[in-house]
Design a protein around this ligand. Structure first.
Ligand code: SAM
Length: 334
């Protein structure tokens, strides 16, 4: 069963307008909470959508399904050779979607200007620590300075506000919330902490080890005065606070302890052309087969609508029968 609505709605009245597109499942870091040190069996090239196929699906999403925002992610999206062309093709659509990239920042120093010129509006850069040694311990690569350079490059190119995403890990960097916020304030970046989610390939997540939103806020308030942000949150995953009266803000994406599934407005496309209606979904809907089988745009659009119609009301992490998705975050697209 499905709906006659042209957009991506579900049975609970939510409408997906924010599309996350994974451009590759590969990454040049090995963050412990995401991937094993040896990496993962990467998707074979033949299974990955070509640049033309990615653009065709984005076009269908924007022109037929009401998608208003496209965020490129991965894996590490800057590893995708065609990213500048994919951004340019997306920016040429009418109506023009808002365009952003979630990246670890490596390569951004070189790509910020070409991406901006292609039409990119914003970047989110992941950085869990401002200590180069800790960075190497978490990500298993000595690339800290590349990320810092990427951040500066993005700001200089006007890809603003530059947002910083940080995951805190108990016993590793859980003492670093105030230092990360000081760093963000100093450079004019907008910091958001993400609660660690059960999405690592190694299945190493446990609730008692994760650092909660309450703990992060308690740690921040030892140094900063936080007041709830009066701005409308809408479907945004981050709950935000004004820092020392504002205008600077800090956010927490508390997917585990304060889930926001009721307001979720996201739909996801994996690098191999599968639609996922939720990060935690256990099923996927294949669009690549339709595309390569010669389907018309409307048939693909309808398959996408059907996929979203079946979205669950919540991710169910709290349910004792919760099962982690088979694909890890890096393959789904974070
Ligand atoms: N490589 C890009 C990056 O580093 O931003 C994009 C993909 S990455 C999977 C997207 C975001 O997901 C990053 O901010 C990363 O820290 C976060 N992430 C990965 N695994 C996570 C987990 N298990 N829980 C919470 N966040 C996670």
């Amino acid at each position: 069963m499905t709906s006659a609505h042209p957009g991506l709605i579900d049975r609970y009245g939510r409408r997906a307008v924010d599309l996350r597109v994974s451009l590759t499942d590969r990454c040049n870091l090995r963050c412990s909470y995401c991937m094993p040190p040896e990496g993962l069996p990467w998707l074979p090239k033949a299974e990955i959508l070509t640049d033309g196929e990615v653009l065709r699906l984005i076009t269908i999403a924007v022109t037929r399904l009401g998608v208003e925002e496209v965020r490129f992610t991965g894996g590490e999206p800057l590893l995708r050779p065609g990213i500048v062309d994919i951004v340019a093709g997306s920016a040429a659509l009418s109506p023009r979607p808002r365009l952003s990239v979630t990246t670890n920042g490596i390569g951004l120093a070189r790509l910020a200007v070409p991406l901006r010129d292609a039409g990119l509006d914003r970047v989110n850069v992941s950085l869990d620590t401002i200590d180069p040694e800790r960075f190497a311990a978490i990500a298993l690569r000595r690339r800290f300075q590349d990320v810092i350079d990427g951040l500066s490059g993005a700001a200089a190119a006007g890809l603003t506000p530059v947002k910083l995403n940080a995951v805190l890990l108990r016993g590793v960097n859980d003492d670093e919330a105030p230092a990360l916020l000081r760093f963000a304030l100093k450079h004019g970046y907008e910091l958001r902490f993400i609660e660690q989610m059960p999405l690592d390939a190694q299945h190493g997540w446990s609730r008692d080890k994760m650092v909660t939103a309450d703990e992060i806020l308690a740690s921040l308030t030892t140094e900063f005065d936080l007041t709830p942000d009066p701005a409308e949150r809408g479907g945004a995953p981050a709950e935000t606070w004004l820092v020392d009266g504002g205008p600077a803000k800090v956010g927490v994406i508390a997917s585990v302890t304060r889930p926001f599934c009721g307001d979720c407005d996201r739909t996801r496309l994996t690098a191999d052309g599968q639609v996922r209606n939720c990060l935690f979904a256990r099923g996927e809907t294949d669009l690549r087969g339709l595309l390569r089988g010669g389907a018309e745009d409307e048939e693909i659009a309808q398959r996408w609508r059907d996929a979203m119609w079946g979205k669950m009301p919540g991710h169910g992490i709290d349910n004792p029968r919760f099962l982690q998705p088979t694909r890890p975050m890096s393959a789904i697209g974070g």
